[in-house]
Design a binder for this molecule. Structure first.
Ligand SMILES: [Zn+2]
Ligand SMILES: [Zn+2]
Ligand SMILES: [Zn+2]
Length: 161
């Protein structure tokens, strides 16, 4: 039961993005390491920075189509893998199993609206390190990381009866 933490004390604060790496740094890093800035690579990066949202492969494909850049699912996934390995983006999965990606930033969590599926990045006032220590001790378990998302209804969806 990973989700048994005393989350009520954590008081999540909604933030759109938390200390996202700057785009120029990424481009410089690509250049320094001899990676080409292909059209598709540039378009995907642009989308991540423009939308400031978590994106699925489908979102990206839709955008590329709009931009008249032809890329199939395999190409998009290969590109996402590349960016993931370069620590430009990170991948996470929610209850629907869809792989979503966002630009790497400081450790944080998400709120997910069960109705409209809107996802927001949130940071806890108090991280879970105290709780982790207790779990490690009582379970003789070494924690390396954790993932904690909050499911519920967003402000808009609460208003719809
Ligand atoms: Zn909603
Ligand atoms: Zn996030
Ligand atoms: Zn955390």
């Amino acid at each position: 039961m990973v989700f048994c933490f005393a989350v009520d004390k954590c008081n999540p604060v909604a933030l759109t993005y938390i200390n996202m790496i700057n785009k120029k740094e990424i481009l410089d890093n690509f250049k320094e390491n001899g990676f080409r800035l292909t059209n598709i690579r540039k378009a995907i990066l642009d989308l991540f920075y423009k939308s400031k949202k978590t994106l699925s492969c489908q979102d990206i494909q839709r955008y590329l189509k709009q931009k008249k850049i032809s890329a199939n699912k395999t190409t998009v996934y290969r590109e996402l893998e590349f960016m993931k390995n370069r620590k430009v983006i990170e991948e996470f999965k929610l209850d629907d199993g869809v792989r979503r990606y966002e630009v790497c930033s400081n450790h944080h969590h998400h709120t997910v609206c069960l109705k409209c599926r809107k996802i927001k990045c949130v940071k806890l006032d108090k991280e879970l390190s105290e709780q982790e220590k207790k779990i490690e001790k009582s379970n003789k378990f070494k924690i390396i990381s954790h993932s904690l998302e909050f499911y519920g209804l967003c402000h808009k969806c609460q208003a719809v009866k």
